[in-house]
Design a protein around this ligand. Structure first.
Ligand code: ATP
Length: 309
């Protein structure tokens, strides 16, 4: 059984189709990322999984349960950290955790969670006095306090500084190590690449691709380039005759080799056979940003302004 199974999900708001046809499955224990442009339908998809929106058609299974029909059971197994979750201003950290844990039949130990999320020092601080990073950590703790099998994290690190983002990533890895399946919606390609076992690219309400981060990058960037200087004269044909190489340009002593497949190892092997050392070697390193552009036709962008309601 899959942890999550989404089949042919469709949801419109009035005339506007937000989710056209989304299908994917998430294995137990996976960190599954969802990326895509603003308005692609990511939040509508995950909120439908959480039972917070009712799809017009399609099916969703959360550990074999239906988020709408089996709402109570799903609530016990699924923790949700949503984009705009916030607490009453005056509630203190420990109070919020204790209160939320009372909503569940088999809650996690909220004191342990407070520790795990480095919030113990802030246990008596009111919500309104927490920093952005502390609020974010509290919202993650509240998503986990029901001891869920699956956690949905929507824009986990939006608004955090670089150090707080890295701390949050480490934390998610620790939570994951405890066996929680994670569905992660993010605008940050580095975050998706670092954390996800697999990623769905959603564009225009449809799944444009699902693969491992490496798989998405490889599929989107067939063409590669290697640049270097040579330690001694070399005949261009040594490289042009390689099957992986499509072009070789030499400008002011700098070689630029373009090709596909195992380009780097093939070029390195040919240079070694010719007893030439490649100096100042650079390989155009493709990343998930390139894959995003390839699959959506757009560059990754900042999160959009949040809607109210
Ligand atoms: P973002 O990255 O900007 O958060 P998203 O991929 O999460 O976007 P959704 O929030 O699912 O996208 O929205 C998909 C589309 O549906 C958008 O065009 C959005 O404006 C619209 N939409 C979302 N919620 C509502 C709503 N409650 N009423 C009307 N339209 C909505």
């Amino acid at each position: 059984m899959y942890a999550l199974e989404v089949r042919n999900l469709h949801k419109r708001y009035g005339e506007h189709v937000a989710v056209d046809d989304v299908s994917f499955t998430v294995e137990e224990g996976e960190i599954f990322g969802i990326i895509g442009p603003n308005g692609a339908g990511k939040t509508t998809t995950v909120e439908s999984i959480a039972g917070l929106r009712t799809p017009d058609s399609g099916s969703i299974s959360v550990l074999g349960l239906d988020p709408i029909k089996d709402r109570a059971e799903v609530r016990e197994r699924l923790g949700v950290q949503l984009q705009e979750s916030s607490c009453p201003d005056a509630i203190k950290v420990a109070e919020a955790l204790e209160l939320y844990s009372s909503f569940y039949s088999n809650p996690a130990d909220w004191r342990e969670l407070m520790q795990l999320l480095s919030l113990t020092e802030k246990r008596d601080t009111q919500y309104k006095a927490l920093s952005g990073g502390q609020k974010q950590r509290l919202s993650i703790a509240l998503a986990l306090v029901g001891n869920p099998k699956i956690a949905i994290l929507d824009e986990l690190t939006t608004g955090l500084d670089p150090q707080a983002r890295r701390d949050t990533w480490n934390l998610i890895e620790r939570v994951h190590d405890t066996g929680v399946t994670i569905l992660l919606v993010t605008h940050f390609m580095d975050e998706a690449e670092r954390l996800s076992d697999r990623i769905a690219v959603i564009d225009g309400g449809r799944v444009a691709a699902v693969d491992t981060p490496e798989g998405l990058i490889a599929r989107s960037s067939a063409v590669q380039q290697v640049r270097f200087r040579v330690s001694q004269p070399l005949d261009k044909s040594v490289l042009t005759e390689l099957p992986e190489v499509s072009n070789v340009e030499i400008t002011e002593g700098r070689w630029l080799v373009t090709g596909r497949g195992q380009l780097l190892s093939s070029v390195a092997g040919a240079l070694a056979r010719a007893q030439v050392v490649a100096e100042d070697l650079r390989v155009d390193q493709r990343n998930l940003d390139d894959a995003f552009v390839a699959f959506t036709g757009r560059a990754p962008e900042a999160p959009s302004e949040r809607r109210v309601g």
